[in-house]
Design a protein around this ligand. Sequence first.
Ligand code: FPP
Length: 267
Amino acid sequence: MTSTVPDRAGKTAATHAETASENGARHDAAPSPQPTVSDLKVPRHVAIIMDGNGRWASSRGLPRSEGHRAGYENLRRVVGAASQLGVEYLTLFAFSTENWDRPNEEVSGILSLAAEVIRVETEELHSNGIRIKHVGRVDRLPQELQDQIGEAVEMTCDNKGMTLGVAFDYGGRYDVVQAIQRMIRDGKSPEDVTEEMVSNYLFTSSVPDPDLVIRTGGEFRISNFLLWQSAYAEFYSSEVYWPDFDGEQLHKAFEVYTRRERRFGRV
Ligand code: FPP
């Protein structure tokens, strides 16, 4: 199979055009021919900020809770699509350390939905070889949810398929804080501390850094997600609200990723 590999200047122009159109932004440049991607590069680790549930619901005159439910339905589609495309690690930002500040009703709705997701989906994920990993704090979650998470993680821990990280009560700053706290408790001396050691103390220990961070819902913010881990991740923002971000949209993100040139600070 051959792919059209544009030169560096061509690649930059195409990337700008596709980014602008994908995000619905206006641009005056004449549309440049899109390079064909016949050799799709599938990122090893994809991390997604699932944003836009509320706006998806409001735009349909529905309560926000319906947006979260539609977000749950979509979670199944995207997990299936990512696994089929060969993604090894998929980490989804489901609830941030700041989301506790939302109205009580919304928070308890999301907590109940999380319990439902685990109750209804774990068996099927397990039979599909998916390994579930919780990323974040557990101590502030209701005991029953903590137990459910523990059981789902335990049940699937030996699976060899895609690792599904669920970032629930996760914040990137807190992640670094808890890593430092545990390093101090473990008696590490300052000279011992390396980047590799810090990585190993984060909630994502044993998971490689994300190659691609996707944010749905049109914003261009990292919102305290995987701050340390995303140092060299490619960032992709989609206008599409999370409930509508399906396998086709994921594929589109991978096409853009395929055309990116990753230099990791080198020339
Ligand atoms: C962000 O959209 C979404 C969330 C804070 C919740 C994510 C939850 C799900 C995808 C549901 C299922 C998954 C689990 C594990 C519970 P938003 O509410 O900020 O949307 P907005 O920006 O349009 O208001």
